[in-house]
Design a protein around this ligand. Sequence first.
Ligand code: ZN
Length: 435
Amino acid sequence: MTSEPTAEVVDLCRDLLRIDTTNTGDNDTSVGERRAAEYVAEKLAEVGVESVLHESAPGRANVVARIPGADPSRGALLVHGHLDVVPADADEWSVHPFSGEVRDGYLWGRGAIDMKDFDAMVLAVVRHWQRTGVRPPRDIVLAYTADEEAGSDYGARFLVENHRDLFDGCTEAIGEVGGFSYSVNDSQRLYLIETAEKGIDWLRLHAKGRPGHGSMVHDDNAVTALAEAVARIGRHRFPVVVTDTVRAFLEEVSDLLGIELDPNDPETAIAKLGPIANIIGATIRNTANPTRLSAGYKDNVIPGRATATIDCRSLPGQSELLERQLRELVGPDIAIEYVQRQPALETTFDGDLVEAMSAALRAEDPGARPVPYMLSGGTDAKAFSQLGIRCFGFAPLRLPADLNFSALFHGIDERVPVDGLQFGVRVLDRFLRTC
Ligand SMILES: [Zn+2]
């Protein structure tokens, strides 16, 4: 392997992509996390960084290491990345999803942008530092986690609940889904830094009725009651609420694109954002999408119960309000059970760390315009924020103007531009030296 970090990152990322770490959400069928964790531990050990490996269940492995900084009195920076990936069906792909092939300037494979790219960038920078004697300004804690794609129970949440001492002194963190570019024109690019995340509110609706024969007149049918409630939720549009993060984003973007921003109607401005409209559009309101239905066991039997799952995402501070809104929509006869409830996050776009991110981006791309944004999904940051850590999404990537980045997340033909990966290493190197 070559030792220049911009060259090595490609080898490291390719090696990680070739380790199938599919997370099916089921311990019996999920694979590879242990192998990937051992790979990371070995690459750290090669350059003298000791790490600990913790399994939450057989095969579900996490790796954590601490790199001592020059000033131990300062709080540590947590740099976290997950090692698992969502499943990929090879038949749908142009290349095998676990081949780690380089083609047309891209490195292809499941996990190429979510998020073995960042895992490899961090490794490349740390290995380079160890070889050349660079010491970070403060402690850096590296965490490579399992199970992010299925709720983090065997990964970040396990570490936070059982090994919180590993994160002693961590005050801030960087992780996935931020720092990527969105081209405004040839000379200017927005870099979306994640400062907020919507909450996860997954719930099950339970309808009860009188069981009976399918041939009879029947006015107390659980399936009918459930279907009505599901349809009301699915068709409902929750009111627009513009948080500080989204306002800051929209102001900057409108200014840059010359779009008129009406604070009472942000949707008109958002509709003009092209491929990122669907990312931003989900961050101005609570959302609730029905995802599963279950009822009955025979064609001519009216069942006594019916259930549905609703994937709800709440804006910061709105989880309780959303619950009240949902109760109103479904009515008194349908019971609501929460199966997952994780808080939204929001921090401000200011301070030394944000300055360091912005300066590193501008140094490598003079046309960089860093902006805060809210992620509509969730990441391991939810677990780490439980420790009082201020979390950001900052996995820097410069992307070609015509690449539909958001479509690649969990998508077919996931791939990362090789030069974007190398750009990320340079930005991360600068940023971590000044964090
Ligand atoms: Zn991810």
